[in-house]
Design a binder for this molecule. Structure first.
Ligand code: SP5
Ligand code: ZN
Length: 340
């Protein structure tokens, strides 16, 4: 299996995030991608290739122009005010407000985010632009290959069409899925195995029958992102029935997790997609510092085998996973399992 990778991920390295009421070093940091890349090499998974530049157009197929335009100019507007710390939002519209986009940079930061978990630095846009190109380039490989791995960083599945949050800025998996449709796929399935619900992905495809979204994650009643991911969220209008959530309790280990996977894979197979995109988070690992599931190293091999058994053209897009020492092995175990 080929891996698409860009060093540009290093251009996003924020200084701190809010955790347990305290600003602490970001869990989402460059060393994560380094560990995954090192393990791809060690396991001899296959060639590691740089992305092609597909431009902004495929990004703007998923994200709004208003959001992208804001993002691209955000840092220079911030710096022009004499500010040099990472950009973080501090105000959001409460319930019952129909928000209008403010003019002020702090107001706009709140308007284009859903939490304070996605700091913007001077070079964040360059990093996330390259990350999207990694996903697009890996998606393009599926024209000739059965599987491909987009080693994206930062992750993407919490980002919606017009908002960032949860370490995510551009929804790499959604951009890749849309590009597969634009290249001729009639239906694409997107299965999200990250510990956290992929609220951005769900939102992007909520009204659509051409992308089936399934997500296995910690129950939002007790875990981030809290406000989406319940089992009864199934899409609306023509998208009704094309969104499937599998919320699971804290402490879930492979026995129960794999039951949800089996059901999700049955739903995916029934949809008969032309391609499958996996939002590959490995923060389900027992040793993950911010998560509460109990998957072990070998479980990721089984996960990959079961995904691979569908025999669909499959794109793996890196999402979360914060046990930095083990993240590479766990991610590559999924890929090795799928490639058998
Ligand atoms: C892509 C991805 O995995 N994003 C995750 C974003 C999680 N943000 C909130 C994390 C809060 C963690 N709090 C843990 C408390 C344990 N002391
Ligand atoms: Zn996650």
């Amino acid at each position: 299996m080929k891996t698409v990778y860009s060093e540009d991920h290093r251009l996003h390295h924020a200084s701190a995030e809010l955790n347990d009421g305290e600003m602490m070093p970001c869990f989402e940091k460059p060393a994560r991608a380094d560990q995954v890349l090192a393990e791809v090499e060690r396991a001899e998974l296959g060639p590691i290739i740089p992305p092609d530049d597909h431009g902004e157009a495929p990004i703007r197929r998923v994200h709004t122009d208003q959001y992208i335009d804001f993002f691209q100019s955000a840092w220079s507007r911030w710096a022009d005010l004499g500010r040099s710390n990472d950009m973080l939002p501090l105000a959001w519209p409460p319930r019952r407000v129909q928000p209008r986009c403010p003019q002020d940079i702090d107001g706009q930061l709140g308007y284009f985010s859903f939490d304070a978990g996605a700091p913007i630095t001077a070079t964040t846009w360059q990093a996330v632009y390259s990350g999207a190109q990694v996903a697009l380039s890996a998606a393009a490989l599926l024209q000739h290959e059965r599987q491909a791995f987009a080693l994206c960083r930062p992750p993407g599945h919490h980002a919606g069409a017009d908002y960032m949050g949860g370490y995510c800025y551009l929804n790499n998996a959604a951009i890749a899925a849309q590009s597969l449709l634009d290249q001729g796929a009639r239906r694409v399935a997107l299965l999200d195995v990250d510990y956290h619900h992929g609220n951005g992905t769900q939102d992007i495809f909520w009204t659509r029958p051409d992308v089936l979204v399934a997500s296995i994650h910690a129950d939002p009643r007790v875990e981030y992102p809290f406000f989406a991911g319940h089992a009864d969220e199934r899409g609306v209008g023509t998208g009704e029935g094309f969104n499937h959530n599998y919320p699971l309790p804290p402490g879930t280990a492979w026995a129960a997790w794999s039951q949800a996977l089996q059901d999700a894979l049955r739903v995916v197979a029934g949809y008969a997609p032309d391609a499958l995109v996996i939002s590959l988070g490995v923060d389900t690992f027992s040793g993950d510092p911010i998560s509460q599931f109990r998957l072990q190293g070998d479980d990721y091999l089984r996960m990959g085998e079961q995904i691979g058994a569908l025999r669909l053209p499959t794109l793996f897009v890196m999402e979360g996973g914060y046990a930095v020492a083990e993240i590479g092995l766990n991610a590559v175990n999924v890929l090795r399992g799928a490639a058998t």
